[in-house]
Design a protein around this ligand. Structure first.
Ligand SMILES: Cc1ncc(COP(=O)(O)O)c(C=O)c1O
Length: 458
């Protein structure tokens, strides 16, 4: 048997982030100001974000140096291990070789601190003392609470209500790191109050929580808004994952035929896949698969359109695959995948045929997650379990076609705070949600009057 774990020394922590904008065949279309319909400029974004992050957002440089104080924090858990899933392969009886990059070893339990640490650093450099954000599953809020604590910032987290109720210990974790956490929709903002007035039982959504956090930051000079996914700079920060994985796959003596990740806003998927897409754009043959929930099928059923990033229409208009900004996904357990849109960089790459997408129901996803836990030991976060399921299907398809593939996926986090979801699955109580076409059509009415993107290319 070959090695199970491929590890790297701290000196191999990447010194630069990879910015895929430099290499994309078609650049993403501009983000628009909803009032004027014109591209937003740095000045429009300055009230919310530190200038360094705004510059990263529009940078065309392929590589962006990582400041030493950020790399110093990364040392707490990076480089993360890459595993060969020998036992899962045996459990599946597949001829394919399966590898996974495990981001659950960070203190917060997911890939999210890779950008949280960077964002907290730049907020501090910018002279602000406080950050506001939203969180779905609680993973992002935990990551930003941790990073804020390490850089001495105050942190306010609007946590989607359904997750706040399902995962009380995620809140405890954030509070332990010093953050203030409220369930969203909350009474603390106009956006939250108006949703509560109209839908008193709203389970909340990422779209609503984003409105609250943006409103909070826009109203205070000491506060920056921090987003855990979707934006270009966030995806760029996550590319430390894929850069390490490239080196680790070389140690393993293989190059992946297939790279897989789950997609909520797109950050862990981008983090693993962009450095491999760099190779694909340069001519290598690699299949790149994005896995999403059938209850929130943004890439597989949402059109490519301009839409708001949030329900309250406070953000600029973003060119992306979307289900409409007031689409409230069913309360599936993968809270971090309940977002109506997906990152513009990923949307454009899907449009250009460099990435393909599949959607799965949660009972199939949990069946694969349990097979993974019973063979490899690690209990995946429900979000990451979508990637596990994608891999299980892909390995079966390869076997059926008589092929042996090298498959690499991102195990973006552990599920230690998601055991209620596993309980429900094991008790046979997990509900699958069939999303009717009419429901999607209804939600998309909200974007009918918005500007339309050019037909896929710019
Ligand atoms: C473990 C984990 N994986 C994936 C996601 C989805 O986010 P993204 O698509 O930005 O990676 C989340 C979001 O909270 C998460 O917690």
């Amino acid at each position: 048997m070959t090695e199970t774990k491929f590890t790297l020394p701290e000196s191999a922590i990447p010194e630069r982030w990879y910015n895929i904008q430099a290499d994309m065949p078609n650049a993403p279309q501009p983000v628009l100001h909803p009032g004027t319909g014109q591209p937003v400029g740095p000045d429009d974004l300055a009230p919310l974000f530190p200038m360094e992050l705004i510059l990263q957002e529009v940078s065309q440089d392929a590589e962006i140096p990582i400041p030493d104080p950020i790399r110093d924090v990364y040392r707490l858990w990076r480089p993360t291990p890459l595993y060969r899933a020998h036992r899962l392969e045996a459990e599946l009886g597949t001829r394919s070789h399966i590898y996974y990059k495990y981001e659950g070893v960070s203190p917060a339990g997911s890939h999210k601190p890779n950008t949280a640490v960077a964002q907290a650093y730049y907020v501090k450099q910018d002279g602000r003392t406080r950050v506001s954000t939203e969180t779905g599953a609680g993973q992002w809020g935990s990551a930003l609470a941790l990073a804020s604590c390490l850089f001495g910032l105050e942190c306010k987290v609007y946590m989607v209500k359904i997750s706040y109720e399902q995962k009380p210990y995620r809140r405890s974790m954030m509070e332990t790191w010093g953050a203030e956490v409220v369930p969203s929709p909350s009474e603390d903002t106009q956006a939250g109050r108006s949703v509560r007035a109209e839908h008193p039982d709203s389970p909340g959504s990422l779209g609503i929580a984003i409105s609250e956090a943006v409103e909070d930051a826009a109203g205070r000079e000491d506060t920056a808004y921090s987003l855990g996914s979707v934006l270009n700079h966030v995806l760029t920060h996550q590319t430390v994952i894929g850069q390490e994985a490239l080196a680790q796959m070389e140690q393993a003596g293989e190059f992946p035929d297939l790279v897989v990740g789950c997609v909520g806003g797109g950050s862990n998927f981008a983090g693993l896949s962009f450095p491999f897409l760099r190779e694909k754009i340069a001519g290598k043959e690699i299949d790149v698969l994005a896995c999403e929930p059938a209850a929130c099928p943004t890439l597989t059923r949402g059109p490519f359109a301009y839409d708001f990033g949030d329900t309250g229409q406070l953000t600029p208009l973003v060119p992306m695959h979307t289900l409409g900004h007031d689409f409230v996904p069913a309360p599936i357990h993968a809270g971090g995948l309940r977002y109506h849109g997906v990152a513009p960089l990923i949307s454009q790459l899907v449009l250009d045929g460099l990435i393909r997408a599949e959607a799965y129901t949660q009972s199939d996803v949990f069946a694969s997650a349990v097979r993974f836990a019973r063979s490899e030991g690690i209990i995946p976060a429900p979000e990451a379990a979508h990637a596990v399921h994608g891999v299980v299907q892909a390995a079966a398809a390869a076997d059926e076609a008589g092929e042996q593939r090298a498959i690499l996926f991102n195990l973006s986090g552990h599920g230690h705070f998601d055991l209620g979801a596993y309980d429900a699955y094991l008790a046979g109580k997990l509900e699958d949600v069939a999303l009717a076409d009419e429901e999607i059509e209804r939600a998309l009415e909200a974007i009918e009057a918005l500007p339309k993107p050019a037909a896929g290319v710019s």
